[in-house]
Design a protein around this ligand. Structure first.
Ligand SMILES: [Zn+2]
Length: 394
């Protein structure tokens, strides 16, 4: 059994009860012992037990690794030209997804695998120690199954998103496509997936199709997530609450009834539906940001994630999302850091990550800064000095 002592921590964000900073549970001048990939002890540096190795944080801030609970990494090609056109004034409609579907179907496994690993590594260098990965650019039985198989090589949090859009070959018979998703596609995907997700939006899947698909996924043991209320008001958020979704994602256009529905889930022991906000998408589509304050003030659990994908949010950077959330969505730095760590863990129904307490997984980041405040205060700066995943220095 090998042990590692992370010592001389100036500010430790624990996301545990006690400590300073409300839910961040900040402790100062402490050390943290890692044994067998888990946090084994936290206490004053002077009381630190002996360990095989020592990592000197040199007075810096140490945080739980970021939990990015929403990413689309299995694809081929890019859509830089579409981004440029959008920045020149064209609106975002979601139709570009079909461009990526064509490129993904044409790609070999090794090409897809290389992209997934490149983006996963890019995120890791920016402090992300858990990353959910969705399928959704294959949209055939074989291509969805291989997308999830490749995703599962690098993440235990994999999501079947066969209902991303209706592919062109089913454009005039969406009922048949829903039948395919619920039948052979789900059967091929489920062995490689933990979650099922649907893009419930005008131009994608209506509420009846979305409910049918999510119910099929639940019936084979998959947890529910929903892409909801991104491009306009709609039924997605309330559908997610109705089905006990772990998370409803985007939440850009909400009614009072949507907010009330989310708030009503927060006391249902362990089955909160989290509102996952994806400000990289609003940034990259030049759209109005979600109203995070309204959700927080209503008591809704909020997570932040990247939505990393080649069309509407091609960033893998959680620090960038934290900075956007603070500057553009009026979250406090503490709220944003919590949402990017503990919030993401809640959105994945995990209690072993997103926090640093005894027994938690030793997924942590050492900042090149004395405080978590610097993540938003110094946007665009590479502040992640070191990353430990399962207690192993990356
Ligand atoms: Zn998405």
């Amino acid at each position: 059994m090998s042990s590692l002592l992370v010592d001389d921590i100036g500010e430790l964000v624990t996301n545990e009860p006690g400590g300073e900073g409300g839910p961040l549970g900040i402790r100062r001048g402490v050390a943290l012992l890692v044994e067998d990939g888990r946090v084994a002890w936290i206490g004053p540096s002077r009381d630190a037990p002996a360990a095989d190795r020592r990592l000197d944080a040199r007075g810096a801030a140490v945080l739980p690794g970021f939990v990015d609970s929403h990413a689309h990494l299995v694809f081929a090609g890019d859509r830089a030209a579409e981004f440029a056109a959008r920045m020149a004034g064209q609106p975002y409609t979601g139709g570009g997804i079909r461009t990526t579907v064509g490129a993904t179907r044409a790609a070999g496994d090794d090409e897809l695998r290389a992209t997934v690993r490149r983006l996963r590594d890019e995120a890791l260098r920016q402090g992300t120690t858990t990353m959910e990965i969705k399928s959704g650019y294959g949209l055939t039985v074989a291509d969805e199954a291989r997308s999830l198989r490749i995703a599962a090589e690098v993440s235990e949090e994999t999501t079947f998103l066969g209902a991303h859009v209706v592919p062109a070959e089913y454009a005039d018979r969406p009922d048949d496509y829903v039948g395919l998703v619920c039948g052979p596609m789900l059967a091929a995907a489920a062995p490689h997936a933990r979650w099922i997700d649907v893009f419930c939006e005008r131009g994608a899947f209506d509420v009846d199709h979305a409910r049918a698909i999510l119910a099929c996924g639940q019936a084979v043991g998959l947890g529910v997530r929903v892409h909801a209320n991104q491009l306009g008001p709609g039924p997605g958020v309330q559908l997610g609450v109705e089905l006990g979704a772990a998370s409803v994602d985007h939440c850009t256009h909400l009614t009072d009834a949507d907010v009330d529905a989310l708030a009503s889930t927060r006391v249902d022991g362990g089955h909160t539906t989290v509102a996952t906000l994806l400000p990289g998408a609003e940034f990259s589509t030049r759209s109005p940001y979600p109203d995070a304050r309204r959700l927080l003030d209503a008591g809704v659990t909020v997570a932040l994630a990247t939505d990393c994908n080649p069309g509407s949010s091609y960033t893998s950077s959680m620090p960038f999302c934290v900075a956007l959330a603070v500057r553009e969505m009026r979250m406090t730095p503490a709220e944003a850091v919590w949402a990017a760590t503990a919030g993401g863990a809640r959105a994945l129904r995990r209690d072993d990550i997103g926090r640093l307490g005894v027994g938690a997984r030793a997924d942590l980041i050492v900042l090149d800064a004395p405080s978590h405040l610097h993540l938003a205060y110094r946007p665009g700066v590479p502040l992640i000095r070191q990353v430990l995943r399962n207690g192993v220095l990356q």
